[in-house]
Design a binder for this molecule. Sequence first.
Ligand code: PLP
Length: 391
Amino acid sequence: MTLKNEKELSLSTKIAQALHYNDPETGSVVPPVEHTATYSRDENYEPHKAYWYRRDGNKTTQIAEEIIAELENADMSLLFSSGMSACTAVLEMLPPNAHVVVPKVMYHGVLAQIQNFSKKNRIRVDFYNAGDLTSMKEVIKTGVTQLVWVETPNNPNWEITDIGQASKLAHEAKAKLIVDATATPPTMTKSLDLGADISFHSATKYLNGHSDVSAGVLSFKKSNTDWENLAGIRKLQGTVLNSQDAFLLIRGLRTLFLRVEKNSQNAMLLAKHFESHNYIETVLYPGLESHPNHQIAKHQTNGQYGGMLSIIVKGSEADAIDIVRSCKVFYPATSLGGVESLIEHRKTVSGEDFPVNEKLIRISVGIEDPLDLINDLEQAIEKVFKKKGQY
Ligand code: PLP
């Protein structure tokens, strides 16, 4: 994959062309799916390439890793079979009893796994308020804290944590910083450039973008011992991304720039439409000037604000659930970052113990005609409040 005038090409060109993939044998412009589970050795009984067994990785997955590394401005990226297996590998890598600092409100699956590790005394955890550096500083212990975990924007409130400032706080205390920027892919936020030691994305979401792959990725500025350890954990846990999913991921990545721009435009239109609405209490979207972290978002997310927003409805929890159930264009489904719009009552999905407003509806805005989305939500709201005689 050598490009002429590579330096002159913009990132969007490189990504649309899968780094100008051109099969050396056939000239195919689409990478092949390498199905093999094992690799024969050469006449000297040496492996031909880096791989000798499926759990090490494979060519298709490696190409996907190279594309993501380019997006992240990283030296190395490691693809896992899910976002959760990538996060779990990071927790596995920590030394016994390591002190970890995490947001109180974040994606509930990662939080549950952190709590599992804590209950087994594998790690010690302190919590800070997402987006609040003062509260983060209060729980970081110099020389003790090993890892600061940031999710920005965080689920499902979409608060923004300043990655540059968080990295200063972590590094001054001799801790490392991992950033989960799943909701703002690297066309918007380059966590490593802003100071993160590890950039994480659930590639199930925007990176793939078509709701047909489960994947997670960890990226590093330079090859280092963390990268080696994580590659080792991935191999022994058997959590490398399979080639079929890597193929689909590469296809999805090619349109990432286009999709995210449209997701963001649509989300902004919805946020503005529902911002001052008779039946909506609040719209949580970093693109709105009323959002408390709007200024940080402005410089951290490249002038776009992504496709994720939440609305808190006036009325009851039952009304919020009823609105979700009454939508006809939005799918009432969990996940985010796809071409199709999804809507969910977050409390139902994340569970009773999770600290989330019971009237909060989380929306992943897709790339459809935004008017169809606005009209769908309007008819759902009308139906629910008419039934109550309040419309
Ligand atoms: N991090 C965030 C912010 C997520 O939204 C998710 C999934 O929703 C994950 C991590 C876990 O990723 P996966 O579902 O690919 O395992």
